[in-house]
Write a protein that binds this ligand. Structure first.
Ligand code: GLC
Length: 548
């Protein structure tokens, strides 16, 4: 597959990006209004999360019609214009394809419910009696993964919300329908696709109870997933386009295959292992400080493994499901700017294609909600109840949500210090954090030292220097929990990337050859080096270049 090493992708969650008509919801025309902002940042691709017809139980990840635009977001004319306006600015538009499941309001599911056999075969229905749930698998949003339909005397599988029914990929007609969707959007000028939870599409032949876990080991990277992806890519002719798969609980081995050039499945993968280092015992809903050694090991394993196996990583900290990284791994009170920049450099200098999630480039923080009425996300609302049922107090449960809710990333984009952060003239569907008065695009665009300006530099540097796209990577300071450091190498040139992950000073050994290397990028004025040692200040990042 073609090389996306010089490209940067920007992710927009349309509902929270910019509201053009004052109804409180972001929309496609709002995105069009802000394209010059994205152009200025010099991003190459724009991925927007789903804007198709949907009851919005999961904010559009419950698609009821893959061919039509949800009026809340606009019209097909708006979409056509967005594609055109992106093209005019050299930005490739990527759409989000939710192909593991459809909304239960999709016509296919409705016809299945009405008794049409053909459409029952589009989903995963089972005939067990009402008092006998087919397996003990858990839905990813809490509760059982099966729902009983009394009128059919059948159960259907939903790995996500009960209104998101899993499609039956074993059925060639289903695969045919999904290929049609890709061709339709490709013909409209879409330049790439992000595939939602694509590694859970292939279910096992036998459905059995999971005595060790929630069932995921039976369907994650399932038996025919590689075959299905190859078929989808080949039959829709998207081999040379940018395609990224969201891989839930995946393995390195599988990601090498999903993204390997020769395999012709996808151009790259998102995996989430590095974003679970603050889950106590793997449980998202139990808080823990990030385990930095685990984080470093995961980066090393994935960077080295994908390099050795010729796979390709999507590099990211943030998306519409993750809390804000500056609140999570940085320090938003004392070292907001330093830590946001360090975290950015830490991944942007790696081997792969970086993704920037709306507002990350401004250092947007978590929402800091303290009342359940402020939350909107189905997962947060479900888990709030589950946590209370488990005996947590309201205060404790709210503390967990404040750290883990997906709504942390879904607050309005902070454009300015105007009312509602300049996101809407109406009442926003979800509240903006109070800090928009200080943290906003208008302020940061004017400031050459802002987080925004730093992201702009990182994006430009990746285009300018082959070593970032092409160079090999090797990790340094492996036993040091406080510093994430690595070396990139390409045709005799070397980049040394040093990142202090902590709010303390940390001293490391300065390799003799680094003395003549020049600073290419950093978040403090001068390097503090003495007696063969470099002292990294709180959240300091330094990129040294042998070629300067
Ligand atoms: C993915 C999406 C998430 C969605 C889920 C179900 O994880 O990123 O937002 O809720 O799939 O479609």
């Amino acid at each position: 597959m073609t090389d996306f090493g010089r490209k940067t992708v920007y992710q927009v969650y349309p509902k929270s990006f910019r509201d053009s008509d004052g109804d409180g919801f972001g929309d496609i025309r709002g995105i069009i209004e802000k394209l010059d902002y994205l152009k200025e940042l010099e991003i190459d691709y724009l991925w927007i999360t789903p804007v198709f017809i949907s009851p919005m139980n999961d904010n559009g990840y419950d698609v009821a019609d893959y061919y039509k635009i949800n009026p809340q977001f606009g019209t097909m004319e708006d979409m056509d214009e967005l594609i055109r306006e992106c093209d005019n600015r050299g930005i490739g538009l990527m759409l989000d394809m939710v192909f593991n499941h459809t909304s239960t309001e999709h016509e296919w599911f409705r016809r299945a419910l009405a008794g049409e056999k053909k459409y029952q075969d589009y989903y995963i229905f089972r005939d067990e009696p009402e008092d006998q749930i087919p397996t003990n698998w858990q839905s990813k949003f809490g509760g059982p993964a099966w729902e009983y339909v009394p009128s059919l005397k059948k159960w259907y599988l939903h790995l996500y919300d009960v209104t998101q029914a899993d499609l039956n990929w074993e059925n060639p007609e289903v695969r045919g329908e999904l290929k049609k969707v890709i061709r339709f959007w490709k013909n409209k000028g879409i330049k790439g696709f992000r595939f939602d939870v694509i590694n859970v599409i292939s279910k096992p032949e036998l459905f059995e109870d999971d005595l060790e876990g929630d069932g995921r080991r039976f369907y994650t990277d399932g038996p025919h997933v590689h075959e299905y992806l190859k078929e989808l890519t080949r039959d829709t002719g998207i081999e040379d386009m940018i395609t990224v798969g969201e891989m839930s609980s995946t393995s390195l081995e599988n990601c090498i295959r999903y993204s390997g050039r020769k395999e012709k499945e996808l151009s790259m993968c998102f995996n989430f292992h590095h974003l679970k280092v603050d889950y106590k015992d793997g449980d998202k809903w139990t808080l823990m400080e990030p385990d930095r050694i685990a984080l470093k090991k995961l980066f090393e394993t994935w960077q080295m493994g994908m390099q050795d196996g010729d796979g390709w990583n999507a590099l990211f900290w943030c998306n519409h499901n993750q809390p804000r990284v500056v609140s999570r791994m940085g320090n938003e009170d004392l070292y907001w700017k330093e830590s946001a920049k360090m975290l950015a450099a830490a991944i942007h200098m790696m081997r792969g294609t970086p993704y920037v999630y709306q507002g990350e480039e401004l250092g947007m923080t978590n929402a800091h909600y303290n009342d359940i009425s402020q939350y909107r996300d189905v997962e947060s609302l479900n888990y709030y109840k589950i946590l209370l049922d488990q005996g947590k107090t309201k205060e404790q449960a709210l503390k967990v949500l404040a750290a883990r809710s997906r709504d942390n990333s879904r607050t309005p984009m902070q454009w300015s210090d105007d009312k509602n952060a300049g996101f809407t003239e109406g009442t926003p569907w979800i509240e903006a954090p109070e800090n928009y008065k200080e943290i906003n695009a208008e302020t940061e665009l004017k400031d050459p030292d802002s987080i925004y300006s730093f992201y702009k530099k990182l994006i430009a540097l990746r285009k300018e220097k082959d070593i970032i796209a092409e160079g090999t990577i090797e990790f340094l300071e492996k036993e040091n929990a406080d510093v994430l450091a690595y070396r990139r190498n390409y045709q005799g040139e070397e980049l040394i990337v040093l990142n202090n992950l902590t709010a303390e000073n940390v001293t490391i050994r300065q390799q003799p050859e680094w003395k003549v290397y020049q600073k290419r990028l950093g978040n403090y004025e001068k390097i503090t080096a003495e007696d063969g040692k470099i002292t990294l200040r709180p959240f300091e990042t330094i990129v040294l270049d042998s070629a300067l």
